[in-house]
Design a protein around this ligand. Structure first.
Ligand code: MN
Length: 233
């Protein structure tokens, strides 16, 4: 009796480069093991087996621009907190049961993101065949740059993807090495669920993932697509 609840109704949003407009986030979908060298470092078969996906809650989004140097808190319940730099696709149209040839048409834009991971919790879940939520879907686990619209940058296919920790390069690859291309991922997802405006797809990380600690300064991005700078607090 007398207890009132205050519901948070503001949507998660992404910033947009050189704009005051915002991109409202609906769902955050992530693909696993989408670069050969990263699949190998995670002990997976790097052959082209069907891609697999997991999700993070939309309010895990952290807007982190190069100019802002955003603070990201070290999460609880982990001793092995990892970065994974990824290109991110921002969906702008409904997509249901579409073919790869049609898929570029539903993309609003692109950014760079870091799929932050509690690797110890992910591994414990993986070993027992349990869901990955606690390893992947925690607070502040989806870092995102400001987005660039397709109308400005087109569809990037050959761009350096990189990440440094305290100015030491840890990941340095190219998005042309994606095992499953962006149109292929969209087509496969669209045959499983309806993609809608606001959905983000984290497209997988290249090799070189590793642990980070409080105080570490992380920079990186996808050249011409998005740039990130964060400090772990
Ligand atoms: Mn990832």
């Amino acid at each position: 009796m007398g207890v009132s609840f205050i519901f948070q109704t503001l949507p998660a949003i992404c910033n947009i480069v050189d704009s005051n407009d915002k991109f409202p986030v609906r769902r955050i979908l992530c693909v696993g093991a989408n670069y050969v060298a990263h699949a190998l470092e995670m002990g997976r078969d790097p052959t082209r087996e069907p891609p697999f996906f997991f999700a993070k809650p939309s309010d895990a989004i952290v807007n982190a621009d190069k100019v802002l140097n955003t603070l990201v808190p070290y999460p609880p319940q982990t001793n092995n907190f990892h970065y994974e730099m990824e290109m991110v696709v921002a969906i702008g149209q409904n997509a249901q049961n579409i073919e790869a040839e049609e898929a570029l048409g539903v993309i609003w834009g692109y950014g760079a993101g870091i799929d932050l991971t509690r690797r110890d919790l992910q591994k414990a879940a993986k070993d027992k065949g349990r869901p990955w939520e606690l390893g992947k879907g925690f607070d502040n686990s989806a870092v995102i740059s400001s987005l660039n619209p397709v109308s400005k940058i087109g569809h990037p296919q050959d761009a350096r993807i990189w990440l440094s920790v305290n100015d030491i390069i840890k990941q340095d690859s190219n998005i042309e090495k994606l095992i499953w291309s962006v149109p292929e991922m969209i087509s496969i997802l669209s045959k499983t669920m309806t993609l809608k405006p606001g959905d983000l797809i984290y497209t997988g990380t290249p090799e070189g993932v590793g642990p980070i600690s409080k105080g570490d300064k992380i920079a990186g991005g996808v050249d011409g697509v998005g740039e990130i700078s964060i400090t772990i607090s």
